[in-house]
Structure formats: C-alpha cells, structure tokens
Ligand binder design. Structure first.
Ligand SMILES: [Zn+2]
Length: 59
C-alpha cells in the first residue's frame, strides 16, 4: 500500500501518513476513527508526496 509524506496544518510536523495516530471520533453522529497528528493531535493535514517502494528495473 502506498504511504504518503504528510504535513500537519497546525504544527507543520512532517511525518508519514502511516505514523498518524488513530483516534475515536463521533463526527456526524456516527462512531469511527480518524487519524490525528502524533505531535499535536490536529486532524487537518495535507499530503506532500507519495512514498513509493523502490522498484528494481530489469531491462
Ligand atoms: Zn500537528
């Protein structure tokens, strides 16, 4: 699965999307999990770039 380098909109902490912390939320009246910043717990972030696994090229 592709991972993304993301940046928190609040504390501007750069981290991987897979490093974000799952936090229960009941937004919109239903329960679920949302991913929050591991440093400041902000829910807003944006993706900077996709982290691709290195691929060997056999030519
Ligand atoms: Zn943050």
């Amino acid at each position: 699965m592709a991972d993304y380098l993301v940046k928190c909109c609040r504390c501007r902490n750069k981290h991987l999307e897979s490093e974000r912390v799952k936090k229960p939320s009941n937004k919109y009246g239903c329960y679920g999990n949302e991913l929050v910043c591991p440093r400041c717990a902000c829910t807003t972030y944006y993706r900077i770039e996709e982290i691709k696994e290195p691929q060997e090229q056999n030519l």
